[in-house]
Design a binder for this molecule. Structure first.
Ligand code: ADP
Length: 274
């Protein structure tokens, strides 16, 4: 049922007003994609940034929300730094890069090396505010970069999202990573949160001299996980220096190195599944 903003019948007016704001923000977003992983360092933020950029390049209006509170990488990966957060009519204004709108907690902190020491309720409150109080406007896609694991942050995001919502789960090819990523798949199953599929990142190394793909890690963890949990393997993205360079310099590889092997793999995934 559409929310008309009338909370007068609710027991707790404040809570009801919050829920109303969340609902009306969600109503303006067609598709919500949560990028998650059971393990850190597997390329979750890289996938989130490049997915958002690719969707925007394909003509969609896209929001990118970074709820990785302890390690927000999005500002660096998009060259936004600690640009601060502007408010208008009690709503957070996202930073805009063309048709891509971005919000990250990392915008607010002067010291990029500073540690954020917050307990669960504080994190849950901030995530709730990021989901309900951002002036995204009408969006085709909201891509959410969630921190690794199955703790407060991904749980809050999954429980608060409404409408069309799906998870993209990132793994690397080694069994050690796949074991942790299986926990994310279980997490989604338990919450009945739909999974669009898996991305196997760092899947082989592209030699910069000859372009040959060398499998540095083991092979096949993505395929095995996808088969075991009955989900799609959306893409295999190789290890490639252009990805790291794009991330460090704030110029996403899907745009700057669109013709590279990972650039093409990413484009094919976006065309086929989104
Ligand atoms: P996570 O969000 O899972 O912690 P990141 O996306 O921050 O991981 O990636 C960690 C680092 O690895 C970053 O420096 C990123 O640029 C780099 N990286 C990620 N995927 C690749 C890849 N396929 N090839 C080369 N470097 C990569």
């Amino acid at each position: 049922m559409a929310c008309n903003g009338d909370c007068s019948n609710c027991n707790s007016k404040e809570k009801a007003a919050e829920d109303c704001r969340l609902k009306s923000t969600m109503q303006n977003i067609k598709h919500k994609i949560v990028v998650m992983s059971g393990k850190g360092g597997v390329g979750k933020s890289t996938v989130a940034v490049n997915l958002a950029v690719s969707l925007a390049m394909a003509g969609n209006s896209v929001g990118l929300l970074d709820v990785d509170i302890h390690g927000p990488s999005i500002p660096q990966m998009l060259k936004l730094g600690n640009c601060g957060v502007m408010m208008e009519n009690d709503m957070i204004l996202p930073q805009e890069i063309g048709s891509l709108k971005v919000v990250s907690l990392g915008f607010m902190f002067d010291d990029p090396d500073g540690a954020i020491i917050w307990r669960g309720p504080m994190k849950i409150g901030v995530i709730k505010q990021f989901l309900s109080d951002v002036a995204w406007g009408e969006l085709d896609y909201l891509v959410i970069d969630s921190p690794p694991g199955t703790g407060d942050e991904p749980l809050t995001v999954c429980q608060l999202l409404d409408g069309d919502k799906k998870a993209v789960i990132v793994t690397t090819p080694q069994q050690v990573a796949a074991n942790d990523v299986a926990k994310s798949l279980n997490f989604c199953q338990q919450l009945e949160f739909p999974v669009l599929g898996l991305v196997e990142n760092m899947s082989g190394f592209v030699c910069p001299d000859c372009g040959k793909v060398v499998n540095i890690f083991a092979e096949g963890a993505g395929e095995k996980l996808a088969a075991k949990y009955g989900v799609e393997l959306l893409a295999k993205i190789p290890l490639d220096p252009v990805i790291c360079q794009g991330g460090d310099e704030g110029t996403p590889f899907s745009q700057r190195f669109a013709k590279s092997v990972p650039g093409k793999a990413f484009e094919a995934m976006v065309q086929k599944y989104f």
